[in-house]
Ligand binder design. Structure first.
Ligand SMILES: *Cc1c(COP(=O)(O)O)cnc(C)c1O
Length: 863
């Protein structure tokens, strides 16, 4: 019989073992090996049986064993040491505490978080990144409060049908059986967060509190009795429904999330966030809620509140794939933010404007969450240098009239949390051989001095663990697909701990090209079965439940891997999650990635592999475009923009085979007298020594703090000081400038210089501008200049602000001198842009006035 309701009975720990609960309730255990060791010691066999989940361990342990441990002096000593270590970790000053002017607190909003496999609240890279962000913030003392949703069914767990089709299961989670506590008012009643819905209805949620080291994480959960069944199901699963369901999730995350933070700060005394970081568009409604707060509590009008909100908001965009961007029908937004649901302080028309695709190629029927995110944030970034460029192109329409390079979207390349992803044996080796790297993140060059046989030994240990674990998983999968015990006997010999091992694990959207390696099956077969230099491939990945095409790709792979002649050399392991991910990035020698450039925004699995001493073999996309240096792995040449999709797959797969056949496997099997692949190990050392400091999430957090959080906090303070005087004056100024902008025109440009100037000469420029109703102090008049290409476009222009505004016949004249620093073709142009000390960039308002036509210039071409 099926239970109609399930719950978890919590174990009551004997008094001496109480610190165990403290350790379990702080998710630091998910990356702290000593704590995990202690859990193992509680009951080693049970620890394996519960798949390293300490909450399940505690639920399954016998009272006899607990009694025994409560009297075990050695265990108790370790328990107390470990608990003391946690308390020290939570309280001591860290990197952030040495900074001046850091924000008092930063709110970080994300629809998913990958903290540990035991909390399946993530689907892929976005969530894993968010998890690594929190862990690293904790390690560095960055005062983040995280906000998300608690999905009752998390993301699905994957298995295979007999014919290799993906099957999905959504095992329910019970929050009481997770390391979470309910956020309660001081009188003990659970905190309730509510958001208004049409027709006077409301959506209620309770708030679970997780502790990720020093970082509190608030997770909203709509499964409460005050809601009707459909409202209870809002947080049922991650990226489950479409339309209304999805919108309600995002309203709960953004609007409810801000309210949850207010409740948390009120109850705990935690300082209020000065900066709000929106991790992808899904959480964008948080800006609307903050505007509502400012209007109703501080008496600002909408535009003033918008300025105050924008100043303290950072928006990170994570994908250049249009399907990855959240868009709703405008009608849906009107239904949930207008009519009876309209907040008087947040008019629905104004909301609609924020998400409007009102630029060329935009869809007038759509509300775009990323676009709203960008309009609600003064600072925006992509997640690798290349993705920054792609985003400036993709969203450039919001800042029409500006060159792509000036579109105010920057980039912070993602990073990964070492303790989460790096094999224990590597960490131990590093602690022994390069302590300065482990302790202070310095001295990476010393990695080159680590004895090669030591590295090779550890790599063998990790590869062997992967092989062993893969066999177990493979056996389970085959049994689950209906194979008998006799039919799986071959699995004892599947994979080989001494064979070159290639890993390929990722979600399965089409741009990732799961099956590129199978484009020429015979060539792949030959690689796998090469008698002297065999290759083995371990594959994992989940397709989105609605993605039939992705499931077909998985089926293609599984069918190929089922074939008797190759099944010991290529395996598909179901249920890619953090635990499997860790196993793979640690155990593989080569990490393969072949997305359609430039659709991979960053990618992080290759970074994890690199830190473990694997070499990347990847299309130059995302982070690899930035940091591939010719010696840290291999770049698969991309036919990006040169060929149609089919031809492109053909060219890129051929290049992939060739690299594997002639370079990767040759080098791996090239051994010296002592059996070591010297050249390979040189590359491994080079990879760790040079990529290590870059791919660590510490570098990423430092970039966010110094380039985004700190400036955002400064802007927010400038807005809020003196009763929000800054926000009021900026909003008034912007409205005046916007209104007057049509009257701004460049009337006349003239230059004075020799006919054919020499390098070192200066070009005197005079520009007459009609400012209409604006003041000279409202604008900057700039000369853009530099080398020009054959279309007369200025390449990488420099800008010189002209000065000395002088009234001339009701117009204003500006002058300046442009230095001619290099020979060759040279061009210039002129523009007028709004200027205000509180703007974060020249392009911020998207306003620019240019000269009428190039022919309006004199002496424009000095070639
Ligand atoms: C690291 C990781 C990802 C993201 O990796 P990509 O390189 O972006 O594919 C996704 N899922 C899991 C389980 C991971 O560990």
């Amino acid at each position: 019989m099926k239970a109609i309701r399930r719950f978890t009975v919590r174990t009551v720990l004997p008094e001496p073992l109480r610190p165990l609960e403290e350790l379990i309730l702080n998710l630091r255990w998910s990356w702290h090996h000593e704590t995990l060791d202690l859990f193992r010691e509680v009951d080693p066999a049970l620890w394996e049986a519960v798949r390293h989940d300490p909450v399940r361990l505690l639920g399954a342990i016998t009272p006899e064993r607990l009694e025994q441990l409560a009297g075990d002096r050695r265990f108790l000593r370790r328990l107390h040491d470990t608990a003391d270590d946690l308390r020290d970790y939570l309280t001591g000053p860290r990197w952030f505490q040495s900074l001046a002017d850091g924000p008092r607190a930063i709110a970080y909003f994300s629809p998913e978080y990958g903290i540990t496999a035991a909390l399946p609240q993530y689907s892929g890279g976005l969530g894993i990144l968010a998890g690594d962000h929190l862990k690293t913030a904790s390690d560095m003392g960055v005062p983040i409060i995280a906000v998300g949703l608690l999905y009752r069914h998390g993301y699905f767990s994957q298995s295979l049908s007999p014919d290799g089709w993906q099957l999905e299961r959504y095992p329910p989670i019970d929050p009481n059986g997770l390391p979470l506590t309910l956020l309660r008012e001081p009188d003990g009643t659970p905190v309730r967060v509510s958001i208004g819905l049409p027709h006077g209805r409301a959506l209620h949620a309770q708030v679970w509190l997780a502790r990720v080291g020093r970082v509190p994480q608030l997770l909203l959960d709509s499964d409460v009795e005050d809601n009707d069944q459909s409202a209870r199901d809002i947080t049922d699963r991650l990226y489950g429904g479409g339309g209304d369901h999805r919108l309600l999730q995002e309203m709960l995350l953004g609007i409810g999330g801000v309210r949850a933070i207010r409740a948390y700060c009120r109850i705990s005394g935690h300082p209020a966030p000065e900066v709000f970081h929106t991790n992808e568009g899904h959480a964008g409604f948080l800006g609307l809620e903050r505007i509502r707060e400012l209007v109703s509590e501080e008496g600002l009008d909408f535009e003033e509140a918008l300025e105050a909100t924008r100043a303290g908001t950072v928006f990170t965009t994570h994908t250049p794939v249009p399907a990855g961007i959240d868009r709703f029908p405008r009608e849906l937004i009107r239904r949930y933010f207008g009519g009876s649901a309209e907040e008087p302080d947040v008019p629905v028309d104004r909301v609609l404007e924020l998400g409007a695709e009102d630029y060329p190629d935009g869809d007038p029927a759509v509300f775009n969450m990323a676009v709203m995110g960008m309009r609600l944030a003064q600072r925006v970034n992509g997640v690798s240098t290349l993705h920054g460029e792609v985003s400036r192109e993709m969203f450039g329409g919001l800042w029409g009239g500006f060159d792509r390079a000036e579109v105010p979207i920057g980039s912070v390349t993602n990073g990964v949390h070492a303790e989460t992803w790096v094999g224990r044996e590597i960490l131990d080796l590093a602690a022994r051989e390069v302590p300065s790297v482990v302790e202070a993140g310095r001295g990476w060059e010393r990695v080159r001095d680590v004895p090669e046989h030591e590295i090779w030994r550890v790599r063998r240990v990790l590869r062997e663990r992967l092989v062993r674990d893969a066999r177990t998983r493979l056996r389970e999968s085959w049994r689950g697909r209906g194979a008998s015990e006799a039919e799986v006997a071959w699995i004892d010999e599947a994979l080989d701990p001494d064979v070159l091992t290639i890993g390929f694990a990722r979600r399965v959207p089409s741009y990732k090209r799961l099956t590129l390696m199978m484009r020429d099956p015979e060539r792949l077969r030959a690689l796998l079965l090469d008698p002297e230099r065999p290759v083995q491939i371990v594959i994992a990945g989940k397709a989105h439940p609605a993605d039939e095409g992705g499931k077909r790709l998985i089926q293609d792979i599984v069918r190929f891997a089922d074939a008797e002649d190759v099944r010991h050399r290529v395996v598909f392991l179901p249920d890619y999650d953090m635990a499997l991910g860790r196993l793979l990035v640690q155990g593989c020698d080569v990490w393969l990635n072949n997305p359609l450039r430039p659709l991979e925004a960053c990618g992080t699995s290759g970074m994890k592999a690199a830190l473990n001493g694997a070499l990347n073999l990847s299309v130059r996309d995302g982070w690899w475009d930035e940091w591939y240096d010719g010696q840290n792995g291999w770049a698969i040449p991309s036919a990006d923009g040169l060929a149609g999709p089919d031809r492109r797959d053909e060219l890129e797969s051929a290049a992939l085979y060739e690299l594997l056949e002639d370079h990767v496997s040759v080098m791996f099997y090239d051994r010296d007298a002592s059996g070591l692949p010297r050249r390979w190990l040189e590359m491994v050392k080079h990879t760790i020594a040079t990529l290590g400091p870059k791919v660590l999430a510490n570098r990423m957090l430092r970039d966010y703090v110094t380039e985004y959080y700190r400036p955002a906090a400064a802007s927010a303070r400038a807005m809020s000081a003196d009763g929000y005087a800054g926000a009021r004056s900026l909003a008034a100024w912007k409205q005046r400038v916007r209104k007057g902008w049509d009257g701004v025109a460049v009337e006349h440009v003239e230059t004075h210089g020799e006919e054919s100037p020499q390098v070192g000469a200066r070009l005197a420029v005079r520009v007459v501008v009609d400012l209409g109703a604006l003041e000279p102090s409202d604008v900057a008049v700039e000369v853009a200049y530099g080398r020009v290409d054959e279309t007369d476009a200025i390449v990488d222009p420099s800008y010189l602000e002209l000065g000395d505004p002088e009234p001339v016949d009701g117009r204003t004249r500006y002058t300046g001198e442009v230095p001619l620093r290099r020979s060759g073709s040279f061009g210039y142009s002129v523009r007028v842009v709004p200027r205000h000390p509180k703007l974060a960039s020249r392009a911020e308002m998207g306003l620019v006035a240019l000269p009428p036509a190039p022919s309006g210039m004199t002496n424009g071409d000095l070639r």
